[in-house]
Design a protein around this ligand. Structure first.
Ligand SMILES: Cc1cc2nc3c(=O)[nH]c(=O)nc-3n(C[C@H](O)[C@H](O)[C@H](O)COP(=O)(O)O)c2cc1C
Length: 325
Protein backbone atom coordinates (compact mmCIF):
# COMPACT_ATOMS: atom_id res chain seq x y z
CA UNK A 1 0.00 0.00 0.00
CA UNK A 2 1.25 3.51 -0.78
CA UNK A 3 2.10 5.66 2.22
CA UNK A 4 -1.28 6.87 3.44
CA UNK A 5 -2.03 10.55 2.93
CA UNK A 6 -2.88 12.48 6.06
CA UNK A 7 -6.36 13.60 5.20
CA UNK A 8 -8.37 15.77 7.53
CA UNK A 9 -10.82 13.11 8.82
CA UNK A 10 -13.76 15.53 9.01
CA UNK A 11 -13.23 16.78 5.48
CA UNK A 12 -12.67 13.24 4.16
CA UNK A 13 -15.93 12.15 5.80
CA UNK A 14 -17.73 15.10 4.22
CA UNK A 15 -16.36 14.20 0.77
CA UNK A 16 -17.57 10.61 1.23
CA UNK A 17 -20.93 11.98 2.37
CA UNK A 18 -21.49 13.38 -1.14
CA UNK A 19 -22.28 9.79 -2.15
CA UNK A 20 -26.02 9.32 -1.55
CA UNK A 21 -27.05 5.99 -0.02
CA UNK A 22 -30.06 4.34 1.49
CA UNK A 23 -30.19 3.59 5.21
CA UNK A 24 -30.21 0.07 6.64
CA UNK A 25 -30.40 -1.62 10.00
CA UNK A 26 -28.39 -4.83 10.14
CA UNK A 27 -29.37 -7.30 12.88
CA UNK A 28 -28.03 -10.54 14.31
CA UNK A 29 -28.10 -12.56 17.57
CA UNK A 30 -25.28 -12.44 20.11
CA UNK A 31 -23.87 -15.67 21.55
CA UNK A 32 -26.22 -15.36 24.56
CA UNK A 33 -29.23 -15.13 22.20
CA UNK A 34 -29.85 -11.42 22.74
CA UNK A 35 -30.85 -9.39 19.65
CA UNK A 36 -28.23 -6.98 18.24
CA UNK A 37 -28.59 -4.31 15.54
CA UNK A 38 -26.85 -1.29 14.04
CA UNK A 39 -27.74 1.42 11.58
CA UNK A 40 -25.46 1.16 8.54
CA UNK A 41 -25.31 2.97 5.20
CA UNK A 42 -22.24 1.05 4.01
CA UNK A 43 -24.53 -1.59 2.51
CA UNK A 44 -24.14 -2.40 -1.16
CA UNK A 45 -25.00 -5.04 -3.70
CA UNK A 46 -22.16 -7.27 -4.89
CA UNK A 47 -23.36 -10.13 -7.08
CA UNK A 48 -26.63 -11.25 -8.64
CA UNK A 49 -25.63 -14.88 -9.22
CA UNK A 50 -24.77 -16.02 -6.62
CA UNK A 51 -26.75 -13.36 -4.72
CA UNK A 52 -24.24 -11.48 -2.56
CA UNK A 53 -24.34 -8.20 -0.60
CA UNK A 54 -21.85 -6.41 1.63
CA UNK A 55 -21.63 -3.89 4.44
CA UNK A 56 -18.95 -2.80 6.87
CA UNK A 57 -18.91 -2.38 10.64
CA UNK A 58 -16.54 -0.20 12.69
CA UNK A 59 -14.10 -2.26 14.74
CA UNK A 60 -15.04 -0.26 17.82
CA UNK A 61 -18.77 -1.02 17.51
CA UNK A 62 -20.21 -2.80 20.55
CA UNK A 63 -21.89 -5.25 18.23
CA UNK A 64 -18.64 -6.30 16.50
CA UNK A 65 -18.30 -9.54 18.42
CA UNK A 66 -21.88 -10.59 17.68
CA UNK A 67 -21.44 -9.99 13.94
CA UNK A 68 -18.00 -11.61 13.60
CA UNK A 69 -19.11 -14.77 15.43
CA UNK A 70 -22.78 -14.89 14.37
CA UNK A 71 -23.45 -16.69 11.10
CA UNK A 72 -26.72 -15.03 10.08
CA UNK A 73 -27.71 -11.39 9.75
CA UNK A 74 -30.60 -9.46 8.22
CA UNK A 75 -30.31 -6.21 6.28
CA UNK A 76 -33.38 -3.96 6.53
CA UNK A 77 -33.64 -1.21 3.89
CA UNK A 78 -35.45 1.46 5.89
CA UNK A 79 -38.54 3.24 4.60
CA UNK A 80 -39.20 6.97 4.87
CA UNK A 81 -41.29 6.35 8.00
CA UNK A 82 -38.37 4.71 9.84
CA UNK A 83 -36.09 7.67 10.55
CA UNK A 84 -36.67 7.37 14.32
CA UNK A 85 -35.75 3.67 14.15
CA UNK A 86 -32.56 4.57 12.28
CA UNK A 87 -31.62 7.04 15.03
CA UNK A 88 -32.38 4.47 17.73
CA UNK A 89 -30.12 1.84 16.17
CA UNK A 90 -27.36 4.41 15.61
CA UNK A 91 -27.01 4.93 19.38
CA UNK A 92 -24.44 2.76 21.13
CA UNK A 93 -25.61 0.76 24.11
CA UNK A 94 -29.32 1.65 23.82
CA UNK A 95 -31.95 -0.97 24.48
CA UNK A 96 -32.71 -1.11 20.78
CA UNK A 97 -35.21 -3.97 20.75
CA UNK A 98 -37.33 -3.08 23.80
CA UNK A 99 -40.52 -2.15 21.92
CA UNK A 100 -39.69 -3.88 18.65
CA UNK A 101 -42.09 -6.32 17.05
CA UNK A 102 -40.16 -9.09 15.27
CA UNK A 103 -41.23 -11.40 12.45
CA UNK A 104 -40.14 -14.98 11.84
CA UNK A 105 -37.37 -15.43 9.28
CA UNK A 106 -35.13 -18.13 7.81
CA UNK A 107 -32.70 -17.79 10.74
CA UNK A 108 -32.98 -16.58 14.33
CA UNK A 109 -31.57 -13.15 13.36
CA UNK A 110 -34.15 -10.46 14.30
CA UNK A 111 -36.44 -9.48 11.40
CA UNK A 112 -38.04 -6.02 11.66
CA UNK A 113 -41.33 -5.05 9.96
CA UNK A 114 -42.23 -1.86 8.03
CA UNK A 115 -39.17 -1.72 5.72
CA UNK A 116 -38.82 -1.02 1.99
CA UNK A 117 -36.92 -4.30 1.49
CA UNK A 118 -35.17 -6.96 3.58
CA UNK A 119 -32.31 -9.33 2.83
CA UNK A 120 -31.76 -12.36 5.08
CA UNK A 121 -28.11 -13.32 4.80
CA UNK A 122 -25.44 -15.76 5.86
CA UNK A 123 -21.80 -14.65 6.17
CA UNK A 124 -19.69 -15.82 3.19
CA UNK A 125 -16.54 -13.74 3.78
CA UNK A 126 -15.14 -11.30 6.31
CA UNK A 127 -12.36 -8.91 5.30
CA UNK A 128 -10.22 -6.52 7.24
CA UNK A 129 -11.09 -3.02 6.01
CA UNK A 130 -8.88 -0.63 8.00
CA UNK A 131 -10.93 0.56 10.96
CA UNK A 132 -13.91 -1.51 9.71
CA UNK A 133 -14.64 -5.19 9.06
CA UNK A 134 -16.29 -5.88 5.71
CA UNK A 135 -18.97 -8.55 5.72
CA UNK A 136 -20.00 -10.24 2.49
CA UNK A 137 -23.18 -12.26 2.83
CA UNK A 138 -25.08 -14.71 0.71
CA UNK A 139 -28.73 -13.71 0.44
CA UNK A 140 -30.88 -16.65 1.56
CA UNK A 141 -34.18 -14.83 1.24
CA UNK A 142 -35.46 -11.34 0.51
CA UNK A 143 -38.71 -9.42 0.30
CA UNK A 144 -39.74 -5.92 -0.72
CA UNK A 145 -42.71 -3.57 -0.37
CA UNK A 146 -43.95 -0.40 -2.08
CA UNK A 147 -42.76 1.70 0.89
CA UNK A 148 -40.46 4.49 -0.31
CA UNK A 149 -36.87 4.22 0.93
CA UNK A 150 -35.18 6.65 3.31
CA UNK A 151 -31.98 8.17 1.88
CA UNK A 152 -28.83 9.59 3.47
CA UNK A 153 -26.59 12.20 1.85
CA UNK A 154 -24.29 15.02 3.08
CA UNK A 155 -24.75 13.73 6.64
CA UNK A 156 -28.54 14.12 6.57
CA UNK A 157 -31.62 12.08 5.87
CA UNK A 158 -33.22 12.76 2.51
CA UNK A 159 -36.18 11.63 0.44
CA UNK A 160 -35.95 10.00 -2.95
CA UNK A 161 -37.30 11.90 -5.92
CA UNK A 162 -37.04 11.22 -9.63
CA UNK A 163 -35.16 13.95 -11.42
CA UNK A 164 -37.48 15.82 -13.79
CA UNK A 165 -37.31 14.14 -17.15
CA UNK A 166 -36.67 17.24 -19.21
CA UNK A 167 -35.89 20.81 -18.27
CA UNK A 168 -38.33 23.10 -20.05
CA UNK A 169 -36.90 25.53 -22.57
CA UNK A 170 -38.64 28.33 -20.68
CA UNK A 171 -36.61 27.43 -17.59
CA UNK A 172 -33.43 27.50 -19.65
CA UNK A 173 -34.34 30.94 -20.91
CA UNK A 174 -34.38 32.15 -17.30
CA UNK A 175 -31.50 34.55 -16.92
CA UNK A 176 -30.34 36.84 -14.16
CA UNK A 177 -31.69 39.90 -15.97
CA UNK A 178 -35.28 38.60 -16.15
CA UNK A 179 -36.80 39.90 -12.93
CA UNK A 180 -40.02 37.94 -13.23
CA UNK A 181 -39.19 34.39 -14.20
CA UNK A 182 -40.59 30.90 -14.16
CA UNK A 183 -38.27 30.05 -11.28
CA UNK A 184 -39.52 32.73 -8.92
CA UNK A 185 -40.75 30.80 -5.89
CA UNK A 186 -43.61 33.22 -5.33
CA UNK A 187 -44.85 32.55 -8.86
CA UNK A 188 -44.49 28.77 -8.52
CA UNK A 189 -46.29 28.67 -5.16
CA UNK A 190 -49.07 30.98 -6.35
CA UNK A 191 -49.62 29.17 -9.62
CA UNK A 192 -49.61 25.76 -7.90
CA UNK A 193 -52.14 27.01 -5.34
CA UNK A 194 -54.53 28.52 -7.90
CA UNK A 195 -54.27 25.58 -10.31
CA UNK A 196 -55.06 23.19 -7.47
CA UNK A 197 -57.94 25.33 -6.21
CA UNK A 198 -59.21 25.50 -9.82
CA UNK A 199 -60.07 21.81 -9.52
CA UNK A 200 -62.62 22.44 -6.76
CA UNK A 201 -63.75 25.91 -7.85
CA UNK A 202 -66.84 24.56 -9.63
CA UNK A 203 -68.01 22.81 -6.46
CA UNK A 204 -67.38 25.92 -4.34
CA UNK A 205 -69.42 28.00 -6.81
CA UNK A 206 -72.19 25.43 -6.90
CA UNK A 207 -72.48 25.64 -3.12
CA UNK A 208 -72.18 29.42 -3.13
CA UNK A 209 -68.96 29.38 -1.10
CA UNK A 210 -66.38 32.15 -1.51
CA UNK A 211 -62.72 31.50 -0.68
CA UNK A 212 -63.29 33.20 2.69
CA UNK A 213 -66.33 30.96 3.42
CA UNK A 214 -64.27 27.92 2.44
CA UNK A 215 -61.40 28.87 4.78
CA UNK A 216 -63.75 29.47 7.74
CA UNK A 217 -65.68 26.22 7.23
CA UNK A 218 -62.52 24.10 6.79
CA UNK A 219 -60.99 25.67 9.91
CA UNK A 220 -64.09 24.76 11.91
CA UNK A 221 -64.01 21.21 10.53
CA UNK A 222 -60.74 20.78 12.47
CA UNK A 223 -61.69 22.74 15.61
CA UNK A 224 -65.08 22.10 17.21
CA UNK A 225 -65.74 25.73 18.05
CA UNK A 226 -63.80 28.99 18.03
CA UNK A 227 -64.23 32.63 18.97
CA UNK A 228 -64.51 35.08 16.08
CA UNK A 229 -61.13 36.70 16.84
CA UNK A 230 -59.46 33.29 16.92
CA UNK A 231 -60.97 32.39 13.54
CA UNK A 232 -59.73 35.69 12.10
CA UNK A 233 -56.21 35.09 13.50
CA UNK A 234 -56.02 31.63 11.90
CA UNK A 235 -57.11 32.90 8.49
CA UNK A 236 -55.05 36.10 8.50
CA UNK A 237 -52.27 34.37 6.51
CA UNK A 238 -54.54 34.36 3.44
CA UNK A 239 -54.84 38.15 3.56
CA UNK A 240 -58.60 37.79 4.13
CA UNK A 241 -59.96 39.77 7.06
CA UNK A 242 -62.67 37.60 8.61
CA UNK A 243 -65.00 39.97 10.43
CA UNK A 244 -68.26 39.63 12.34
CA UNK A 245 -70.24 40.40 9.17
CA UNK A 246 -68.90 37.39 7.28
CA UNK A 247 -69.47 35.08 10.26
CA UNK A 248 -73.02 36.40 10.68
CA UNK A 249 -73.73 35.78 6.98
CA UNK A 250 -72.60 32.17 7.38
CA UNK A 251 -74.90 31.86 10.42
CA UNK A 252 -77.79 33.37 8.43
CA UNK A 253 -77.21 30.81 5.69
CA UNK A 254 -77.43 28.01 8.26
CA UNK A 255 -73.80 26.94 7.83
CA UNK A 256 -72.54 28.19 11.24
CA UNK A 257 -74.08 28.58 14.68
CA UNK A 258 -73.00 30.85 17.53
CA UNK A 259 -73.32 29.66 21.12
CA UNK A 260 -73.94 31.65 24.35
CA UNK A 261 -70.15 32.18 24.77
CA UNK A 262 -69.98 33.79 21.30
CA UNK A 263 -68.08 30.77 19.91
CA UNK A 264 -68.83 29.64 16.35
CA UNK A 265 -69.23 26.03 15.21
CA UNK A 266 -70.47 24.20 12.13
CA UNK A 267 -74.15 23.31 11.80
CA UNK A 268 -75.02 19.92 10.26
CA UNK A 269 -75.53 21.67 6.94
CA UNK A 270 -72.17 23.51 7.27
CA UNK A 271 -70.41 20.24 8.07
CA UNK A 272 -72.07 18.52 5.11
CA UNK A 273 -70.99 21.36 2.79
CA UNK A 274 -67.35 21.41 3.87
CA UNK A 275 -67.03 17.63 3.92
CA UNK A 276 -68.15 17.53 0.30
CA UNK A 277 -65.60 20.17 -0.67
CA UNK A 278 -62.79 18.45 1.28
CA UNK A 279 -63.69 15.12 -0.35
CA UNK A 280 -63.43 16.80 -3.76
CA UNK A 281 -60.06 18.34 -2.78
CA UNK A 282 -58.81 14.91 -1.70
CA UNK A 283 -59.93 13.36 -4.98
CA UNK A 284 -58.17 16.19 -6.84
CA UNK A 285 -55.03 15.54 -4.76
CA UNK A 286 -55.16 11.79 -5.46
CA UNK A 287 -55.41 12.58 -9.16
CA UNK A 288 -52.40 14.91 -9.07
CA UNK A 289 -50.40 12.38 -7.01
CA UNK A 290 -51.06 9.72 -9.58
CA UNK A 291 -49.62 11.96 -12.28
CA UNK A 292 -46.69 13.21 -10.17
CA UNK A 293 -45.75 10.05 -8.28
CA UNK A 294 -45.79 9.29 -4.52
CA UNK A 295 -42.09 10.03 -4.05
CA UNK A 296 -42.40 13.52 -5.53
CA UNK A 297 -45.52 14.20 -3.47
CA UNK A 298 -43.71 13.18 -0.26
CA UNK A 299 -40.80 15.42 -1.23
CA UNK A 300 -43.09 18.32 -2.09
CA UNK A 301 -44.93 18.04 1.25
CA UNK A 302 -41.61 18.00 3.06
CA UNK A 303 -40.27 21.04 1.16
CA UNK A 304 -43.50 22.99 1.57
CA UNK A 305 -43.44 22.34 5.34
CA UNK A 306 -39.85 23.61 5.43
CA UNK A 307 -40.86 26.65 3.37
CA UNK A 308 -43.82 27.39 5.65
CA UNK A 309 -41.55 27.12 8.72
CA UNK A 310 -38.95 29.40 7.12
CA UNK A 311 -41.52 32.10 6.28
CA UNK A 312 -43.80 31.78 9.34
CA UNK A 313 -44.12 35.13 11.10
CA UNK A 314 -45.48 33.29 14.18
CA UNK A 315 -49.02 32.50 13.08
CA UNK A 316 -51.27 30.33 15.25
CA UNK A 317 -50.84 26.61 14.57
CA UNK A 318 -53.96 24.79 13.51
CA UNK A 319 -52.97 21.17 14.02
CA UNK A 320 -50.51 21.43 16.91
CA UNK A 321 -52.48 23.80 19.19
CA UNK A 322 -54.78 22.31 21.85
CA UNK A 323 -58.35 21.78 20.66
CA UNK A 324 -60.47 24.80 21.64
CA UNK A 325 -63.49 24.25 23.85
C1 LIG B 1 -27.08 6.95 8.67
C2 LIG B 1 -26.04 6.20 9.47
C3 LIG B 1 -25.25 5.27 8.84
C4 LIG B 1 -24.30 4.53 9.56
N1 LIG B 1 -23.55 3.59 8.92
C5 LIG B 1 -22.65 2.86 9.60
C6 LIG B 1 -21.92 1.83 8.95
O1 LIG B 1 -22.08 1.57 7.77
N2 LIG B 1 -21.02 1.11 9.70
C7 LIG B 1 -20.82 1.35 11.03
O2 LIG B 1 -19.99 0.68 11.64
N3 LIG B 1 -21.52 2.33 11.67
C8 LIG B 1 -22.43 3.07 11.00
N4 LIG B 1 -23.17 4.04 11.64
C9 LIG B 1 -22.95 4.25 13.06
C10 LIG B 1 -23.56 3.14 13.92
O3 LIG B 1 -24.94 2.99 13.64
C11 LIG B 1 -23.38 3.48 15.39
O4 LIG B 1 -22.00 3.59 15.65
C12 LIG B 1 -23.98 2.46 16.36
O5 LIG B 1 -23.92 3.03 17.62
C13 LIG B 1 -23.26 1.17 16.42
O6 LIG B 1 -23.93 0.41 17.37
P1 LIG B 1 -23.20 -0.49 18.44
O7 LIG B 1 -22.04 0.31 19.01
O8 LIG B 1 -24.27 -0.81 19.44
O9 LIG B 1 -22.71 -1.69 17.70
C14 LIG B 1 -24.13 4.77 10.94
C15 LIG B 1 -24.93 5.69 11.58
C16 LIG B 1 -25.89 6.40 10.85
C17 LIG B 1 -26.77 7.40 11.55
Amino acid sequence: MDTPQHFDPKDFRQALGMFATGVTIVTTRAGDGSPVGVTANSFNSVSIDPPLVLWSLAKNARSLDAFTTGEHWNVHILSQEQEALSNLFARAGEDKFGQQQLEPGVSDAPLLPGCSARFQCKTMFQYDGGDHIIFVGQVLSYDRTQRLPLLYVTGQYALASRKALAVSTEAQADTADSLYSENLLGYLLGRAHYQFLGGIRALLNERGLSDADFFVLSLLSVRDSMAGADIAAHIAYTGIDVGAVLLQQLCDRGLLQKNEHAAYSLTDSGRDSILHVIAAAKAEEADVLERMGEAEAALLRNLLKQFIRATDPGLPKLWTAPVAS
